[in-house]
Design a protein around this ligand. Structure first.
Ligand code: FUC
Length: 762
């Protein structure tokens, strides 16, 4: 439980640092907990500007016709080493800016009270039940507000109670979109309008149920002489994930029905179903480092950790942040809705950082890294469906930028998307080459999708959804790779290591992404069956992708040319800087073969050692503390894969000290949910490593976590694990599976085959 003794400040900073977020995948709400002025800022996932619009009759997902010619010209110039020409052309290989749009703030529900005095104020978020509370006493009366977002009933629910029948407040919608029409209808307030930029119709309804008096006053409802008041909120738009119009049913009838049903069902039953639904996911994992619930508030817990990283409260903070990553994805990613964006579902701005979009050069991937290991595979389904929805627009990009056309004869001839995507089928590169060009980003996402199968072994999902999109993405690459004679490799050209230059041919990131895609696609193809010819085509190119190479100073090269910049087997800072490389860059894209892929393991000792060199090079110094939250979370996962518990733990400390807000949101800054999810996946990786063959227990346990237990973390191959450890050694464990008879486990340095569903005591 997250606890606070003061309300969140009603400001941008207060929103980011202190609000309590709740959500049901469709909608999110941020509770400020103000005493006389309670603000409940809310979102609905589809309320976006951008995309198709009467103002943009030629909307084409940002793709710029004629771009293939630019691609060819850049490839030719790169081949000829004409870097000046490449420099002039690179920013022509881009997509539009107009129509990209961004995620919007829906608005606020505002409650105005008139308390003359306040005592015993407390605000909390019960992560075990996904309910937020605000409690206080005023004039000897106890007041309690509770808030939750129900997925089964698709409503956000609030209940305000008083210990005497004296509850009085006013309620209205506030700070809505420009032009929003707010009307009181009986005991409800409705808000409707259309987004100025694209005409997207939206509608929200807030209904009140109370034992007191409810009266209308302009755009407000006034509640008086009540002992309780329940509020039911639902909002929607006419967005639909349908290419190319992206419009569907009008929201009003849907919302009206949801709210009517909620009122009929009643608060208690909705709460019961909500708790049951939430706990059916959340309760699957228990992570216990032996800490008991601290007496201090959560903000103090965080402050104290900065000074002292040992003791009960430090362990508690590490435990709860682990579960918080699970809480956030359950609240922001449920089947039927769009996947979690950069901020999950929560956004208080109409101009949020990076549009609060789907960023595919690490962020969306990271938001879902913990989904499988932390036993929440269902929450990944919206991400898989979303990626599947990008196939159609992704074919347009494949055609316009890469000359890979799908038509009646070859309907699934290849799809691709680049760094950033929106709900409106935006798959083209960004409007600047250096961050915007990233065809391999689409393939990186395929790893997230294939892992769904690797963990769950759900063949139906693999055959029907995952394999077809992987295959078509691989089909894209079979045609998009070019043969580079001097390297004797099939390469991606041009290539750019995410946000970290220089522009080159066949860099490690792009090559590895394609290699990983082909490798996983072959595995998937074998399960699906009858794909021999396709497998042979993949293998032929795969043999000459050669993604990984060890450079002169013992590192995993990020760029093929790196040896040329190296002198005396040392990283030449000057030469690297001259190429535009930054020391301690937050991305570690050349190490994706280590995590999330598994092409660098202890079975490849030379690469394994080189990965350590590269990761150290990315920094563990004081300076390094300044990098983004997700950058640190990324490296927890990587150090865990290198079986270096102490190094991984340094990053845990750096993240928890430097990038976690009072409400436990990860701060890039600003708030980005990837760092929360990446932390949870990183801790899971420290506790268990699986490759589908063997499950290694405690591969990277730091000393401070010498005693503990975990229940329900998942392993590839449809297994989950419970284990207890003492003094750094596993003392008992069970591997659970409903489809296997036995499992190979590496525990305390020994490999053993054990029967599943049986307790093994060591
Ligand atoms: C990537 C990162 C940035 C930021 C953005 C949303 O481009 O390099 O740091 O997280 O995504």
């Amino acid at each position: 439980i997250l606890n606070y003794s003061t309300p969140a400040d009603y400001s941008n900073k207060g929103w980011q640092d202190s609000v309590l977020p709740i959500g049901n995948g469709y909608m999110g709400m941020c509770v400020f907990g103000g005493i006389n002025k309670e603000v409940l800022q809310f979102n609905e996932k589809t309320l976006w500007q951008g995309g198709p619009s009467p103002q943009r009759p030629n909307y084409n997902g940002g793709n710029i016709e004629g771009s293939y010619e630019v691609l060819k010209a850049i490839q030719t110039a790169l081949d000829a080493g004409e870097m000046d020409k490449v420099g002039k052309l690179r920013n022509k290989l881009v997509g539009e800016m107009d129509g990209y749009g961004n995620y919007l703030n829906f608005g606020e529900v505002r409650l105005d009270f008139d308390f003359k005095s306040v005592a015993d104020y407390g605000r909390s978020l019960d992560v075990n039940n996904a309910i937020a509370y605000v409690r206080h006493q005023s004039s000897k009366v106890n007041f309690c507000r509770q808030y939750f977002a129900s997925y089964p009933d698709r409503v956000i629910v609030a209940k305000i109670e008083a210990s005497k029948k004296c509850l009085a407040f006013e309620v209205t919608f506030d700070n809505m979109q420009a032009g929003c029409d707010i009307v009181v209808e009986g005991d409800s307030i409705v808000a409707r309008g259309a987004v100025g930029d694209n005409g997207l119709n939206y509608y929200a309804k807030l209904a009140l149920v109370s034992d007191g008096n409810i009266t209308a006053s302009g755009k407000k409802l006034k509640v008086k002489d009540a002992s309780y008041c329940e509020l039911f909120l639902c909002a929607a738009t006419d967005y639909a994930s349908v290419f190319p119009t992206y419009r569907g049913a009008q929201p009003q009838p849907i919302v009206d029905k949801i709210v009517k049903n909620a009122i009929e069902k009643g608060f208690e039953k909705i709460k019961q179903d909500h708790t049951q639904d939430y706990k059916s996911l959340f309760d699957r994992v228990n992570f216990d480092l032996g800490a008991s619930v601290p007496t201090v508030t959560t903000d103090k817990l965080i402050r104290d950790y900065k000074k002292k990283q040992n003791g009960n409260n430090a362990r508690y903070y590490e435990e709860i942040l682990y579960q918080y990553g699970r809480y956030l994805i359950i609240a922001s990613s449920r089947k039927g809705a769009l996947p979690a964006n950069l901020q999950g579902v929560w956004n208080n701005s109409n101009n949020p950082a990076w549009g609060c979009d789907y960023h595919l050069n690490v962020n969306l991937q990271m938001c879902y890294w913990h989904a499988y290991v932390a036993n929440l595979a269902e929450t990944a389904e919206p991400m898989i469906e979303y990626m599947n929805s990008l196939r159609e627009p992704g074919r347009v990009t494949a055609k316009i930028y890469h000359n890979i056309a799908s038509n009646a004869d070859t309907p699934n001839n290849g799809w691709v998307c680049h760094t950033q995507c929106t709900p409106f089928g935006w798959t083209c590169p960004g409007w600047e080459f250096d961050w915007g060009w990233s065809p391999a980003a689409s393939s990186w996402m395929m790893q997230n999708c294939f892992d769904y199968y690797a963990f769950t072994e759900d063949e139906k999902m693999l055959k029907n959804v995952i394999y077809p999109m992987m295959k078509e993405n691989a089909e894209f690459w079979l045609q998009n790779l070019i043969y580079e004679k001097s390297q004797d490799r099939w390469v991606s050209s041009p290539s750019y290591s995410p946000e970290h230059g220089p522009i080159s041919v066949g860099n490690t990131y792009e090559q590895e992404m394609v290699f990983m895609l082909f490798d996983d696609t072959i595995k998937a193809a074998k399960v699906v069956g009858g794909q021999e010819e396709f497998i042979a085509r993949l293998k032929e190119k795969m043999d000459k992708l050669a993604p990984l190479d060890v450079g002169k100073w013992g590192q995993i090269k990020e760029w093929y040319e790196e040896d040329e910049w190296t002198k005396d087997c040392k990283r030449n800072k000057v030469a690297y800087a001259a190429k535009g490389c930054q020391l301690h860059h937050r991305h570690a894209s050349h190490l994706i073969a280590l995590y999330p892929a598994r092409h660098i393991t202890q079975d490849t000792p030379e690469l394994f050692e080189a990965a350590k060199v590269s990761l150290v090079d990315r920094g563990l110094s004081g300076k390094f503390m300044n990098i983004s939250g997700w950058g640190k979370a990324n490296k927890i996962n990587m150090w865990a894969r290198l079986k270096e518990g102490e190094q991984a733990y340094k990053l845990v400390g750096a993240l928890l000290k430097g990038n976690i807000a009072n409400n436990l949101w990860d701060l890039h800054p600003p708030f980005q949910m990837d760092g929360n999810c990446g932390y949870t996946s990183g801790v899971s990786e420290m506790l268990a490593y699986s490759d589908g063959n063997c499950i290694q227990l405690l591969p990277a346990l730091p000393k401070v976590w010498n005693n503990g237990e975990v229940e329900g973390i998942c392993a590839r191959g449809n297994c989950s694990v419970n284990m207890t450890w003492k003094d750094g050694k596993v003392v008992q464990f069970t591997v659970f599976s409903n489809s296997k008879k036995s499992a190979l486990v590496k525990v305390n340095g020994i490999e053993m085959r054990v029967a599943v569903n049986e307790l093994v005591v060591l």
